[in-house]
Design a protein around this ligand. Structure first.
Ligand code: ZN
Length: 461
């Protein structure tokens, strides 16, 4: 190597070193603000206590829209607006009773379930999966309550994977059982935690099937019922719920932006979902994601960061029972021909952040992995291909790389969709670390991009 190239090479390395030093200082500043003078925790308290649980279509969800709009406006971002979204309107009703041999069990009606139209009394048949149901057939199932009792696999390290392996009982259990003449469904709550709080969540009916009511049993009650059925297979259970689906309602995604200083027409979208189930306070799911997203935009403004691209915080409506906010956002983006550099989502709780997963190309994942040295000092170690998020998923068809914040997931399903998903179960420092991690990833994507935006590549071809 001659002298000139050596000099060039050393200039290149000192530039790189300088850029890295600048980046690490910027990230340090982001963390300092989140941890010393953060707003995430107080904003979460306000969302949980002043608004509370906020299921799509409810008056509380509308209150959440105003709450978010007012808060975003108070930060004086470049633009704040509401994007109309049609949402389903399901209500739990005021009767939620089930038991066996006269002993009450702790239940939650599943979202979307029909009413039982009064008290049902029937024998119970416990099963683990749909294959077993098919084997038993009408002869053993007709006239009974089908009890799906497949538990989380304790050997799986990822609780998300354990959830994924059980969630079909909740979503399609009623339709599958109805085919064989069942009159109702009990589903074991989707959680490792053996407590008395049942966990709700969405379910759906297949077209043309007799709709039967479906409820979740607390894990303790599922275990109790299973034990009891071993000695008393003819035990008599009862079920009485009066939930119903009303006409769709008008609602909104709530959006705020800081305009890009170099390429304002290209967008980095990041967000969480504003709606929650109608139990607890939607603190981890997804109050945490809402305040992470607001805080990321607030911090980047507070440090007077001039983004290259437009930074857009989107608080999606209706993730829980329809994802109409996410679908509408993607449809509007397509209609307007918007170019998204990336979409990020925080919808896995307010627990200590571990890193990020990306639903994108190998090249994009590698680009994210190249930032690990900058984020490793903050105990962020997960940088791999994986899940982005439900709300941002509809952008996938526009080839947008999707990135999910990955907090530790061991306790997430303890609280998910249950009465215990409340502000008190979110840890201030863990929440703040999540906000800082989210803001840092947005900063790095804005500064370095993720390769040519795929939409532009497609146009060139
Ligand atoms: Zn969620």
């Amino acid at each position: 190597m001659n002298k000139a190239s050596l000099i060039l090479l050393s200039i290149f390395f000192s530039f790189t070193a300088l850029a890295q030093k600048e980046d690490s200082l910027q990230i340090k500043t982001i963390y300092n603000i989140a941890l010393e003078e953060g707003h995430a925790y107080k904003n979460l308290r306000s969302l949980c206590k002043d608004v509370g649980a906020r299921l799509s279509g409810s008056p509380e969800a509308e209150k959440a829209v105003s709450w978010a709009k007012n808060l975003l406006e108070s930060y004086q971002f470049d633009k704040v607006w509401l994007m109309p979204v049609k949402v389903p309107h399901w209500i739990r009703g005021d009767i939620e009773q089930a038991g066996v041999n006269g002993t009450a069990m702790s239940i939650k009606t599943l979202g979307g379930s029909v009413s039982s139209n009064g008290r049902i009394e029937a024998n119970v048949i416990e099963i683990q999966n749909f294959e077993e149901l098919a084997t038993l057939g009408e002869a053993k199932v007709k006239g009974k309550i089908v009890f799906y009792n497949r538990a989380f696999d304790r050997k799986l390290i990822s609780t998300g994977n354990a959830y994924g392996a059980c969630v079909n009982q909740r979503w399609s259990g009623a339709s599958k059982a109805s085919v064989y003449g069942a009159v109702g469904v009990f589903v074991r709550s989707l959680s490792h935690l053996k407590d008395k709080h049942a966990h709700t969540g969405s379910m759906g009916y297949e077209e043309g099937i007799q709709k039967i009511p479906s409820v979740a049993l607390s894990v303790q009650d599922a275990d109790m019922l299973s034990e009891l059925l071993k000695t008393q297979p003819n035990a008599m259970a009862y079920l009485n719920v009066n939930s119903q689906t009303l006409a769709d309602k008008d609602s909104y995604n709530v959006i705020a932006e800081i305009k890009g200083s170099i390429e304002p027409d290209k967008i980095i979208t990041f967000g969480g979902h504003l709606d929650s189930w109608d139990v607890g306070e939607g603190a981890h799911d997804d109050g945490a994601g809402v305040v992470h997203s607001i805080e990321a935009l607030r911090i980047l403004k507070a440090i007077a960061y001039q983004p290259r691209y437009t930074l857009r915080c989107v608080l999606f409506m209706n993730e829980e029972n329809g994802n109409n906010g996410g679908k509408t956002y993607a449809a509007v983006a397509k209609e307007k021909g918007e170019v998204h550099i990336a979409a990020l989502e925080s919808d896995a709780g307010g627990f200590v952040p571990r890193g990020f997963t990306m639903d994108g190309t190998e090249e994009q994942v590698k680009q994210m992995q190249s930032w690990e040295p900058l984020l490793e000092p903050y105990n962020l170690h997960i940088f791999k291909k994986g899940w982005g998020g439900v709300d941002i998923k509809p952008l996938k068809s526009q080839n947008v790389p999707l990135i999910g914040l990955r907090p530790d997931d061991q306790r997430y399903f303890d609280h998910h969709h249950s009465d215990t998903d409340v502000f008190e179960n979110v840890h201030q420092r863990e929440l703040e670390l999540g906000a800082a991690s989210f803001a840092s990833m947005i900063f790095l994507i804005d500064k370095y991009g993720l390769g040519t935006p795929p939409q532009l590549k497609m146009e060139k071809e």
